[in-house]
Design a protein around this ligand. Structure first.
Ligand SMILES: *Cc1c(COP(=O)(O)O)cnc(C)c1O
Length: 474
């Protein structure tokens, strides 16, 4: 399988070439040259395989179609090492919870950091370690986080050979639980750096360091952000696993509703549907930051300035632009790289928006193209959390609540699967507001706030961060 960039037709690359890279050199995102097609014989086989041999076996089958530069036995071992009940809390890894007839939650947040990002990041950690060892190389991952991504990356990379993580976070601004999750890690290869500033200051420092090409090369700086193709690919697997659990035969269709921010999660659903998984509707759920909902309603993609980007009670969806969206636009435009490049590299920076309303209309006449969308307010989410608790005795987090509310409006005759992307304990304040009580805390997190902390506080100063990285590496 070869990979190409959404912005050009340069030399195709293989999976391991792009594994450790972020953007393509031309600024585009990588996609496979074509989507492997899964027919009903294969679906039958995978359904049996998932039931009899579990999630890791299914993951291996799906990944094999996209990865041809890792020997099969090694790829299988990597999947088996990643998707274990010990790491993900249940034998199903992504179990389906039935709320009522034809309406399900797919639990994706029982991994080490209690958010769905573990589903992909845990695999990425093992893939990185494998590939770096094979090349005899090292990698220093530099990132900025306001919560979920940073902790998922640290828990995936802790103790891994050849990898160090330098994670910047805004000093004193993450929730107490999130700080405790990250700062209690004692692994020598994990470096927490609390920056005296806000999240944007952290991100600016990461950009400045990455733009210093000499430093970047000398210290082998890399990232693990959501545009990484391997992360997206890992997420394709749970769409299949959810489908097999919600249906008993492969002629049935299902719908998925996905709480969305950077469009990584639902883009994996798009890939699964393009491969031939019988998904009828993909429903994109946003919060008050409704860039994506606006696009699917109007065909206009309009990025927001920082003044228009709201801080909400579902913070992992607080985005001003959706970094994976270019992948979908590329497919929607019949994989026209020149046009995609023009839109994202020229029109968007100049005008802050583009209008694809007529293209979206034409696209929707084709097969496998049913998209719906909706958004929620804080009051909607609080209300949903209360209703779901009262009716089903299930406490959901604000991101999942956003999706549940939108799914109720968009559900038709197919089974509806709502992706649960975090556990409520991560967002205790909103749960207290909705239910007047604290969410349950998994036993392994008891007393986490009292553990010793490993974190260095630095001013928002690029040079100070560079000095720290250099000291650790020399
Ligand atoms: C990251 C995240 C999202 C958004 O996912 P995207 O792939 O960016 O669309 C939703 N919910 C939670 C809890 C998250 O951590």
């Amino acid at each position: 399988m070869n990979y190409l960039s959404t912005r050009s037709n340069t030399t195709p690359r293989r999976f391991c070439d792009i594994l450790l890279e972020g953007l393509a050199p031309d600024g585009g995102l990588y996609l496979p040259e074509h989507y492997p097609q899964v027919n009903s014989t294969t679906l039958d086989h995978w359904r049996r395989l998932y039931v009899q041999h579990g999630y890791a076996a299914l993951a291996f089958e799906i990944l094999s179609l996209f990865v041809d530069d890792i020997p099969a036995a090694d790829l299988k071992a990597l999947c088996e090492k990643t998707y274990t009940p010990e790491v993900f809390g249940t034998p199903e890894i992504a179990p389906l919870k039935k709320l009522h007839e034809g309406f399900y939650l797919e639990a994706l947040s029982n991994g080490p950091t209690l958010a769905f990002k573990d589903m992909a990041m845990q695999l990425l950690g093992n893939l990185f370690e494998y590939e770096l060892a094979r090349r005899g190389e090292q990698l220093n991952i530099l990132g900025a986080t306001s919560g979920d991504t940073g902790s998922a990356a640290e828990y995936a990379m802790r103790g891994k050979q050849g990898i160090r993580v330098f994670m910047l976070s805004p000093h004193g601004r993450m929730s107490a639980f999130q700080q405790a999750q990250m700062f209690s890690l004692q692994d020598a290869n994990i470096h927490n750096i609390a920056i005296e500033g806000v999240f944007d200051d952290c991100q600016d420092i990461v950009k400045a360091v990455s733009n210093d090409l000499d430093f970047k090369r000398q210290y082998k700086i890399g990232t693990v952000n959501s545009i990484n193709w391997a992360r997206l690919l890992a997420q394709v697997v749970y769409y299949f696993a959810g489908y097999f659990q919600a249906t008993s035969s492969n002629d049935e269709q299902v719908d998925f509703t996905v709480p969305s921010g950077n469009f990584g999660n639902v883009c994996a659903g798009h890939v699964a549907r393009q491969m031939g998984l019988p998904i009828d509707k993909l429903v994109v759920a946003t919060n008050e930051n409704d860039v994506l909902d606006e696009f699917f309603r109007t065909g206009v993609y309009r990025v927001r300035g920082s003044a228009d980007t709201h801080e909400t009670s579902s913070p992992s969806m607080d985005i001003s632009k959706a970094s994976n969206f270019e992948r979908f636009v590329f497919d929607m435009l019949g994989r026209d790289a020149a046009r995609t490049r023009h839109l994202f590299a020229e029109v968007l920076p100049r005008e802050g928006r583009f209008d694809l309303s007529s293209e979206l209309e034409t696209y929707r006449e084709g097969p496998r193209t049913r998209w719906m969308s909706g958004s929620s307010t804080h009051a909607d989410r609080v209300n949903v959390i209360r209703v779901v608790d009262e009716r089903y005795g299930v406490v959901i987090d604000p991101h999942t609540a956003d999706a549940y509310g939108v799914a109720r409006k968009c559900a038709g005759h197919n089974p509806m699967i709502v992706l649960e992307t975090a556990l409520p304990i991560k967002f205790a304040a909103t749960i207290r507001e909705a239910l007047g009580r604290d969410p349950d805390r998994p036993a392994r997190f008891d007393g986490i706030e009292d553990l010793p902390r490993r974190v260095q506080v630095l001013p928002a100063d690029v040079d100070r961060v560079k000095v720290l990285i250099a000291q650790e590496c020399d």
